[in-house]
Ligand binder design. Sequence first.
Ligand code: NAD
Length: 354
Amino acid sequence: MSVDFDHETLGQRVVFKSGHAADNLAAEVGRLRASRVMVIATEFESETATKLSTGFDVALHYSDVAPHVPIAKAKAARVIASEYNIDLLVCIGGGSTTGLAKAIAMTTGLPIVAVPTTYAGSEGTNVWGLTANSRKLTGVDNRVLPVTVIYDAELTLSLPVELSVASGLNALAHCVDSMWAPRADPINQAIASEGIRAISVGLEAVVSDPTGLGGRERALYGAYLSAVAFASAGSGMHHKICHVLGGAYGVPHAQTHATVLPHVLAFNAQHAPDAEIRIATALGAASAVDGLARLYSALRAPSALREYGFDEASIPEAARLILSAIPESNPHAVSIDDLERLLRAVWSGRPVEG
Ligand code: NAD
């Protein structure tokens, strides 16, 4: 095999220690010499946010967070950040909360310290996402990459098992899609392989012992690797499908990723033999498709998108919207019929055909 690639590594500080988010966050605010901190967290996470913010002065607690960052919410948050003369954004929560901080940073250049509470991984990427007129817009801008990520697996203990599984499979999808995304290279593929190993082992442990910290730590570590691989490799076929479904039909992010992934893997695997071997090896299975099926069965993972509000009648329109977004790097050409077939299988949850 010849070795020939261009690779960029994003600069970010990562602090990972369970039970220490409050201390580590206060230290980071001090290190960044911030004095006007805006803490962003949903109402649901407000108690956690208050506890984690006791070691520094908070200029503004902000909770108007919504999934997929509606543009109106982003604009309102930017105005208030400017009115309060904010000099640091701290986001505590899942990908929606991180997404709002990114939307503010995008136009203001304010630094972000992210404290994730799910496995979505937005904290490890320079990708922003906004929703306008039922379409999800995404883009890349280094200003939205958090300067520091503070991981504390104790913060994920409250995530119900079902949501932990869906969120972890969202991270796993970052890794799998990184194998054939437009900027896939041996470095991000190696990171993605370790991500698949950590997430799969971590999630199985979370399911068998939801209150244990070991599985949560593995899954969170894997989620970070997944984000790094995804930021570096870019969006492949899987992410393009999920972005259309999330933006146009309002289906929940993590569950959508979880239900789509096996079908994209089955579609691409036989045309991407190197990726297939890497994924199979990371899952400890003879084939990537079988390894993922075994993992899904062990996790009792979400399988049918019809259970999450996706209407079968939307399939032809969704297929058309997706077709133009499929990257040229995809290992196999994709037709409108392929997409309709794939979406029907995703909708019904019927077993994957290789
Ligand atoms: P989310 O942030 O909407 O959270 C899902 C639900 O889980 C919410 O109700 C939230 O309150 C709850 N929750 C969060 N942490 C919890 C905890 N520890 N315990 C109990 N409940 C908790 O969803 P998500 O899946 O984390 O993120 C999805 C969003 O992130 C999408 O908008 C997606 O596009 C974005 N995303 C962006 C990137 C990127 O690189 N830009 C990457 C991944 C995801």
